[in-house]
Design a protein around this ligand. Structure first.
Ligand SMILES: NC(=O)c1ccc[n+]([C@@H]2O[C@H](COP(=O)([O-])OP(=O)(O)OC[C@H]3O[C@@H](n4cnc5c(N)ncnc54)[C@H](O)[C@@H]3O)[C@@H](O)[C@H]2O)c1
Length: 293
C-alpha cells in the first residue's frame, strides 16, 4: 500500500467560507493525512467557520474521511486577500467594525502570524475567488469589477506565495501550493462573467510563472481545474444546477464531480507522490475538458 502521510506538515488553507466550500473538504482530507491545519477565512466568514467547528448540528460535517477521526484546526485567522498589507486597506473597510476587530487582516499580517507560531508552511491552498459582477456578461462588466476579480481571485496567489516564501522555501521534502481554477478560464462558459473567466486565465499562467520562480527553492505550484459544484460562490453565478447537469451529461464519466474528489486530488498534489509535478493544471472534472462536442 502506498500511504500519503503528511504528519508533521503545516497546511495553510484559504477560502473556507462554510462546510460546503471546496476548502472545507480539502482541509478535512489534509487533516486525515496527518497535516496540522491553519485556516485563513475572509474576515466576515471567520465567525461562521468558528461556529461550524463547534456546533453540535455541524458535527457530522467535521467527521474526517478514511476513519481518521474528527477535523482538528490549530488556528483560524482572518484575511482579506485583496490587501497585501494594512497600508492597502481603503477607508471604508478600515472603519468597518466587522473587519477592524480582527487587527491585521492583510496577507502579510496573516502569514506572519502563521510563521510566528509554526515557523514553517509546507502546504498552501488557494481556494478564493470573487467578482462583484459575477452575474454580468463580459461585455457588460465594469472596469472596477474586472480589476477586483483579478485582484482577489488571481493576484492573491502571487501575494500569498511571496509572503509565505520564507516559510516554504527549502523544506526537507519541499513545499506545495495548490489553487483552484475552472474551465471558464480556458474556454467560454456562458454566464461565467464579471471578469472571473479572465481571473482564472490569469491564475493559470501565474501558477506556471510561480512554479518556475519558486522551483529552485523546492516549492511546487499546481492548480486543480474542478468541474462545476454547487458551493456558495457557484450558486451566486445563478445557473449552477444547469451547468452541473450539462457537464454531467457530456462528461466521459457521465456524472458530476464531488468535493471529496477535488480534496483527494489536492492532497495527492501536496504529497511526496507528486514530487515531480509543478506548474500543472490537473482537471478533476469527470473528463469534461476532453470533449469537443
Ligand atoms: N464551485 C465550483 O463550481 C468551482 C469550480 C471550479 C473552481 N472553483 C473554484 O474553487 C475555489 C473555491 O470556491 P468554492 O466553490 O469552494 O466556493 P466558496 O464560496 O465556498 O469559496 C470561495 C471563498 O472565497 C472567499 N473569498 C472571497 N473573497 C475573498 C477575499 N477578498 N478575501 C478572502 N477570502 C475571500 C470566500 O469567503 C469563500 O470562502 C474558487 O477559486 C472557485 O473559483 C469552483
Amino acid at each position: 500500500m502506498i500511504p500519503i502521510d503528511l504528519s508533521g506538515k503545516v497546511a495553510l488553507v484559504t477560502g473556507v467560507g462554510d462546510n460546503e466550500s471546496f476548502a472545507w473538504y480539502i482541509s478535512k482530507a489534509l487533516n486525515a493525512a496527518g497535516a496540522k491545519l491553519v485556516l485563513s477565512c475572509h474576515p466576515r466568514f471567520k465567525g461562521i467557520v468558528e461556529s461550524i467547528m463547534e456546533r453540535e448540528a455541524d458535527a457530522e460535517s467535521r467527521v474526517l474521511p478514511y476513519g481518521a477521526g474528527n477535523l482538528k484546526v490549530e488556528k483560524i485567522l482572518a484575511c482579506d486577500v485583496g490587501f497585501d498589507t494594512m497600508d492597502d486597506v481603503d477607508e471604508k473597510t478600515r472603519n468597518d467594525r466587522r473587519f477592524a476587530k480582527h487587527g491585521d487582516y492583510s496577507i502579510q499580517g496573516m502569514i506572519e502570524a502563521v510563521g510566528k507560531e509554526f515557523q514553517h508552511i509546507d502546504v498552501l491552498i488557494h481556494s478564493v475567488a470573487f467578482s462583484p459582477e459575477i452575474t454580468k456578461m463580459m461585455v457588460d462588466t465594469s472596469r472596477k469589477a474586472y480589476a477586483t476579480a483579478l485582484s482577489v481571485s488571481a493576484y492573491s496567489l502571487t501575494s500569498l506565495l511571496r509572503a509565505a516564501r520564507p516559510y516554504m522555501a527549502n523544506r526537507p521534502d519541499g513545499a506545495a501550493a495548490v489553487g483552484l481554477t475552472y474551465i471558464g478560464g480556458d474556454r467560454v462558459v456562458p454566464h461565467y462573467g464579471g471578469g472571473m473567466s479572465t481571473a482564472k486565465a490569469a491564475l493559470q499562467i501565474d501558477a506556471k510563472q510561480l512554479a518556475s520562480n519558486l522551483g529552485p527553492e523546492k516549492i511546487r505550484v499546481n492548480l486543480i481545474s474542478a468541474g462545476p459544484y454547487a458551493s456558495r460562490a457557484a450558486r451566486a453565478i445563478g445557473d449552477i444546477d444547469q451547468m452541473i447537469n450539462y457537464a454531467a451529461q457530456r462528461s466521459p464519466l457521465q456524472r458530476g464531480i464531488t468535493p471529496e474528489e477535488v480534496a483527494n486530488s489536492t492532497v495527492f498534489l501536496c504529497s511526496p507522490l507528486a514530487s515531480g509535478i509543478t506548474g500543472h493544471v490537473l482537471y478533476v472534472d469527470a473528463g469534461y475538458n476532453v470533449m469537443g462536442l
